[in-house]
Design a binder for this molecule. Structure first.
Ligand code: SD4
Length: 323
């Protein structure tokens, strides 16, 4: 039996790791640990781009994404679901109980209902208030409408004569949304030596309806290969999605790079290929099958949460590519 490790994005990962750690330490499966970490964050209303605390899209609808992965032939994903606040668990069920890898939107919601997940609140009062403030600042004619807090479509009331929301008037997320970079991604090495990964997000605040980021896309927001390593990303998905950054990092590990070198290489490609804005952030974590780990970022305002048999810490990124 080897030593287990949990590596989670952002400082809030420390409290989430604490929930999953006893089971992992006792020899539990890493997939249970990553699901427990994500579920803890999904219910934390203070985390504004995951689960219940997640900020909605431009129309006030929260859409949640998540995935889990154990290897190329064992992964599951959901995107744009609004039925319950636990996309990570629904993604795991897609992997274990369906013939597919990814379900989207109404299909993901129908699947989760059929699997017995309870419909739950996915838009907190706080997130609803933030959305209403943001929407009120938009140029007329876009007065706030009332999004629902329960799963399901939440557009303007039937019969509302106000002009429809026009995506052309919201060309990019508001700058305050750029701060909402706090997707939970978690990598685990269990005592049996299995690598597992999971992630969960509500995506970018005030996004255009229908936008999906990197997090639920296998190879982009998360990639796990049992023999070569695991990697995950958080931050602005649009910077990751053209580069398959998690897959890129694991491929570098396959070629002999350490997790730190692999993340430096993958983030370096993001820096090379994009004309980065000052607040553009992507952070990544990586874990090898032998327990070597790293957390790295484009900008310094990122932290990883590490739990091992000897450490329970929030650690700064290394390397930082755009200090
Ligand atoms: C996305 N990567 O939807 C996610 C958001 C995120 O930390 O990670 N925020 O683009």
């Amino acid at each position: 039996m080897g030593e287990p490790i949990l590596l989670t994005t952002w400082a809030f990962g420390q409290a989430a790791n604490a929930v999953a750690w006893p089971g992992l330490l006792a020899g539990g499966d890493g997939l249970d640990a990553v699901e427990a970490v994500c579920r803890h964050v999904e219910l934390d209303e203070a985390v504004e781009s995951v689960g219940l605390g997640g900020l909605p899209d431009a129309e006030g609808q929260v859409t949640l994404d998540g995935c889990v992965m154990r290897g190329p032939a064992r992964c599951g994903s959901v995107c744009s679901m609004s039925f319950c606040p636990h996309p990570v668990s629904v993604a795991r069920r897609v992997m274990e109980e369906s013939a597919h890898v990814m379900l989207a939107g109404p299909g993901a919601d129908a699947f989760s209902a059929a699997q017995g997940f309870e419909a739950g609140v996915v838009l907190s009062e706080w997130a609803r208030a933030r959305w209403a403030e943001w929407r009120a600042r938009l140029p007329s004619p876009f007065p706030p409408t009332a999004p629902s807090t329960l799963g399901g479509p939440s557009g303007p009331p039937v019969g509302d004569a106000r002009p429809a929301y026009n995506p052309a008037n919201v060309s990019s997320p508001a700058s305050d949304a750029a701060r909402s970079h706090d997707t939970v991604a978690v990598l685990a090495l269990d005592a049996a030596g299995n690598l597992s990964g999971g992630c969960s997000t509500s995506g970018m605040a005030w996004k255009l309806p229908g936008r999906v980021g990197d997090s639920p896309l296998i190879g982009h927001g998360l990639y796990v290969h049992p023999a070569h390593g695991a990697a995950a990303a958080t931050g602005k998905g649009e910077l990751v999605m053209g580069l398959c950054s998690s897959f890129d990092a694991v491929e570098r590990m396959r070629s002999g790079a350490s997790p730190r070198e692999a993340l430096g290489g993958a983030l370096g490609r993001i820096r090379e290929e994009h004309d980065l804005a000052a607040d553009d952030q992507v952070a990544m974590i990586a874990l090898s099958p032998h327990g070597e780990w790293a957390g790295a970022a484009l900008r310094p305002d990122y932290r990883s949460a590490l739990r091992t048999t000897t450490r329970d810490e929030v650690v700064p990124p290394d390397p930082v590519l755009c200090a």
